[in-house]
Design a protein around this ligand. Structure first.
Ligand SMILES: Cc1ncc(C[n+]2csc(CCOP(=O)(O)OP(=O)(O)O)c2C)c(N)n1
Ligand SMILES: [Mg+2]
Length: 926
């Protein structure tokens, strides 16, 4: 054994008893002797001696020639077996053992005893935060048991691996498991970064002096948290695309090549979220050796075991190995090593692989005697292996995830691994250290209160210097500034460049002077029929050539570039591929061939809106993560945006992500033929709850130009933490020039597009249209004028959300300032002198216009597309949903009738003349 390893091993003897496999179980078992008959039957004719010889020869190859040669021999054996007609069962699993054997463990470089003491203090303060918070306010929540299980996983990272951002180095990025936040706060408290008062107000952020948010929320703690992780499944996916985006920035020359890592800590239960494993093949395909997943395998989730009847670790191992990841299992602590060494027949490893997780969980809560009987007792030979060990020692056999040396070895191997991402599957105990208060129990996730004895026991177990009386008050405890603990902790972080997590905005604002660039689009298409999507693509093409922004634009598309007419960009800016293009594309002879390039700019993500959104988030937060103002433009089928990936959009908002989401082929009746799963009449309503998202439904090219130009200024010059949702349509029509200076109106949400030329009529109406329905309103304007003598003005409502937000804000201010001159909402101001009937028509559900009607001068009639879509053409759809020009005209007439301005007979006649069937089916329910 090399000297270093021997030293390493020797230190295990001084390890503290506290980090043991099982708790102080109360069940006493009379311990019957093992039953040899419980052996797994072996194939007939298998000779133990022969097996032994094979194993020994492998050992000798390993010793003399190393693991590569041993692997090669095994590969050849496997090939030989196949050729010889042996149908080897496929398994991506390795035995239920540590991937890194004890003899290959590196020397632990830290002061293990001191690190353990620091970790214990963090454990205490994390627990104190939750217990205190729930004493002050019953049911305020918080989690003890997640961090309790993950403390070693984090502390080894903090003391030895997580490098902070410095002026010289971009730093590692760490996605912390959301429910472990008390532990991360507790560490920041010891580091002197968070006051005791902040900790006191955990989950009570509105208390004087402020508090701490429940989970990582950059919106709430913008100097601390970087990544919102608590909606489970988002962070694994986001971290994969983050690691990939880091490579993209390097390959495009936007940042220097570094060895910075992306660490993502997840729960084993979390891996059941489809997003968690949904993109793992991307990580291996892209050879993301800058990515490390650490799965905290405590075998439990909220309600109970993750896989009571199976083995989550083995299941994850095969999934990740099958996907091409480097998998490192950290299952057993150092105390197991001498026992494993004595087990020359491999019986122990075999036994380890036999238990299902439900049984393992039971071992955690039971006594040493129980472990002896039920784990080792399956075979007399196993019992002999642990014969010298008293029950107490069996109880203290630690798991790998609680052993800093094992965790260190895994992390070191992970950061040094080349060519593949690494996942570390670390076995831990949920609620570790809570003893009777919850360790390993099914209720532990929800445990927030400890009684006096439980607190005292926890205090004693982790050596917190508090007497029995003080301890039950659960005070926060921080040793003196000059204590060796604080000195050590600070020194470690200094060596790693500073504190983590820490969020800061380091990008320089853009000048964002783009009048020239966008001017062309103010002038209209001179009669040429184009869709707003085409107009947008034209703008994108120009932006990509802009000297200031060009390089920073990140076009993102989930396999829909052709749908949106973006294929010309393939050739001009290229599709990003970390390996360039290894093949001659089939369409190489065409102008718009599918060009992949290492410095390609487009992120063509394939069919994954979630993955594309994760790229959007990485690119839209690079101003903070990397200090680079990348500007993402993510275009997708609008129906598959909010409806499908709203949780990612919400996370993007929390993260202060900047950029543009473009909902393509939008509108329930504007996307013809596709039917109800494609036709989007929902997204503008689903965009309402996202507070910092500005949502626009523009009708014309100049409106889009005004919105994008202003958006770039606001986000990248003024540094506002907002982002944009713009719907784009595929209906071609002539784009008019901007009618005067209406920029302000476009941005505020509405402006008069075309006033009636009929100045004489007493019958008046105001028609509000949006997106392509605006053109229906224009047609209705003509009908009303020509057939019914009604003079109607037509307004383009670019954003009901903007009108609503503004009105609510005014209303609130007025309520709070009753003695001051009331503010008048923009929509009210704008319509102050607008006479007559009010009619709104939208391609979205009716609630969108209706929500602003209370700030309009009179009653509003709303036409919208509530109901399921149909596979039909545009005009039929608009008739079906009753949003076409005829229905708009009818609505105006009906409003005038209700105001007593016209007779009902006029309306009845109009229904007939306009060819409307009054008995047609109700689109909402048909
Ligand atoms: C998408 C989502 N669904 C449900 C929850 C609620 N929830 C919070 S923690 C938890 C259990 C977590 O188990 P696991 O991932 O194994 O983490 P552990 O606490 O065991 O480390 C659940 C269901 C959530 N936060 N996010
Ligand atoms: Mg778990």
């Amino acid at each position: 054994m090399p000297q270093a390893n021997r030293m390493n091993r020797d230190r295990s003897d001084v390890m503290n008893n506290e980090e043991a496999l099982v708790n102080n179980g109360t069940t006493v078992n009379n311990g019957t002797t093992a039953d040899n008959e419980t052996h797994i039957p072996v194939p007939h004719g298998l000779d133990d001696l022969e097996v032994q010889e094979w194993l020994e020869s492998l050992d000798s190859v390993l010793e003399s020639s190393g693991p590569e040669v041993a692997t090669e021999i095994l590969e050849r054996l496997r090939a030989h077996a196949t050729v010889s007609g042996i149908d080897l069962p496929f398994s991506a699993n390795t035995p239920y053992a540590n991937t890194i054997p004890a003899r290959l463990e590196p020397l632990f470089p830290g002061d293990q005893e001191l690190e353990r003491r620091i970790k214990s203090l963090i454990r205490w303060n994390a627990l104190a935060m939750v217990v205190r918070a729930n004493r002050v306010e019953h049911n305020i929540g918080g989690h003890i048991s997640t961090f309790a299980s993950a403390a070693t996983l984090y502390e080894v990272g903090f003391n030895h691996f997580f490098r902070a951002r410095t002026p010289e180095f971009e730093g590692d990025t760490v996605y912390f498991q959301g429910h472990a936040s008390p532990g991360i706060y507790a560490r920041a408290f010891l580091e002197g970064r968070l006051s005791a008062q902040k900790l006191e107000n955990f989950r009570r952020e509105l208390k004087p002096g402020g508090g701490l948010s429940s989970y990582p929320h950059p919106w709430l703690m913008p100097d601390f948290w970087e990544f919102p992780t608590v909606s489970m499944g988002l962070s694994p996916l986001m971290s994969i695309y983050q690691a990939r985006f880091n490579r993209y920035l390097e390959d495009r020359g936007l940042k220097p090549v570094t060895d910075a890592k992306v660490w993502a800590f997840l729960g084993d239960g979390e891996t059941d979220e489809p997003e968690s494993l949904g993109a793992i093949t991307l990580a291996s395909r892209e050879k993301l050796d800058n990515l490390i997943f650490v799965v905290n395998c405590n075998l439990q989730r909220l309600d109970g075991p993750v896989r009571g009847n199976g083995q989550i670790i083995q299941e994850l191992e095969s999934a990740f190995r099958g996907a091409g990841w480097n998998v490192i299992k950290v299952l057993w602590g150092s105390e197991w090593d001498p026992i494993l060494e004595r087990d020359t027949e491999g019986l122990l490893v075999k036994r380890m692989g036999e238990l299902v997780d439900g049984e393992y969980q039971k071992l955690v809560v039971e006594s040493g005697a129980y472990v002896r009987q039920h784990f080792f007792g399956s075979d007399q030979r196993l019992l002999q292996l642990v014969e010298p060990l008293p029950d107490e020692a069996l109880r203290r056999l630690r798991l790998g995830g609680h052993d800093p040396r094992k965790v260190y070895a895994a992390y070191k191997a992970a950061v040094e691994h080349k060519g593949r991402p690494t996942v570390i599957l670390a076995r831990t105990i949920k609620g570790y250290g809570l003893g009777e208060a919850g360790e390993g129990k099914n209720v532990t996730h929800q445990q927030k209160k400890l009684n006096e004895e439980e607190l005292q026991e926890f205090r004693s177990r982790f050596g917190i210097p508090l007497n029995d009386q003080d301890c039950i008050e659960v005070p926060f405890y921080r040793p003196a500034e000059d204590s060796i603990e604080i000195q050590y902790l600070r020194a470690r972080r200094e060596a790693l460049g500073g504190y983590v997590p820490k969020r800061s905005v380091r990008s320089q604002p853009l000048v964002a002077d783009h009048d020239e660039l966008f001017k062309e689009f103010y002038e209209g298409s001179e009669g040429r029929e184009v869709s707003t999507t085409m107009a947008y693509v034209g703008m994108l093409r120009k932006m990509l050539r802009d000297p200031e922004m060009g390089k920073l634009i990140v076009p993102i598309v989930p396999d829909e570039a052709r749908t949106f007419g973006m294929e010309s960009l393939f050739r001009t800016v290229g599709i990003y591929s970390s390996v360039g293009q290894r093949y001659e594309p089939v369409d190489v002879n065409t102008l718009l061939y599918y060009k992949e390039a290492k410095d390609g700019q487009i992120l063509e993500e394939g069919i994954t809106e979630a993955g594309s959104m994760a790229s959007f988030i990485a690119a839209g937060s690079a101003y903070a993560t990397h200090g680079i103002n990348t500007i993402p433009f993510f275009i997708y089928y609008s129906m598959f945006g909010f409806q499908r990936i709203a949780d990612f959009i919400w996370a993007a908002a929390d993260m202060r992500t900047r950029g543009f989401l473009l909902g393509g082929t939008a509108g329930r009746t504007t996307l013809s033929g596709e039917g109800l799963q494609h036709q989007d009449g929902n997204s503008h309503v689903l965009a309402l709850p996202v507070p910092n998202l500005r949502a626009y439904d523009p009708a014309f090219a100049y409106e889009i130009a005004v919105i994008i130009q202003d958006g770039i200024r606001r986000m990248y010059k003024d540094g506002e933490n907002i982002f944009y949702y713009i719907t784009l349509m595929n209906e071609p029509y002539a784009m008019p020039p901007m009618p005067g200076d209406v920029k302000d109106g476009i941005l505020h949400g509405m402006y008069k597009f075309r006033a009636s030329e009929n100045k004489k009529s007493k019958l008046r109406a105001q028609l509000f249209g949006s997106g392509s329905i605006l053109r229906e309103a224009l047609q209705a304007q003509d009908i009303l004028d020509q057939k019914y003598g009604v003079a109607a003005d037509v307004w383009s409502v670019t954003s009901y959300k903007a009108l609503y937000t503004d009105a609510v804000e005014s209303e609130r201010w007025n309520r709070l300032h009753p003695n001051e001159k009331p503010r008048v909402p923009y929509v009210t101001q704008t319509l102050a002198d607008a006479p007559g009937a009010l009619v709104a028509a939208t391609d979205y559900i009716k609630t969108l216009p209706t929500m602003v009607s209370k700030w309009m001068p009179r009653r509003l009639a709303t036409l919208g597309t509530d109901g399921f879509g149909r596979s039909e053409g545009r005009q039929s759809l608009r008739e079906f949903f009753e949003v076409d020009h005829r229905f708009i005209a009818l609505a105006a007439l009906h409003e005038l009738q209700q105001d007593g301005k016209i007779e009902p007979s006029v309306v009845t006649k109009a229904i007939k003349d306009l060819g409307i069937d009054p008995e047609k089916p109700n689109p909402v329910i048909s």
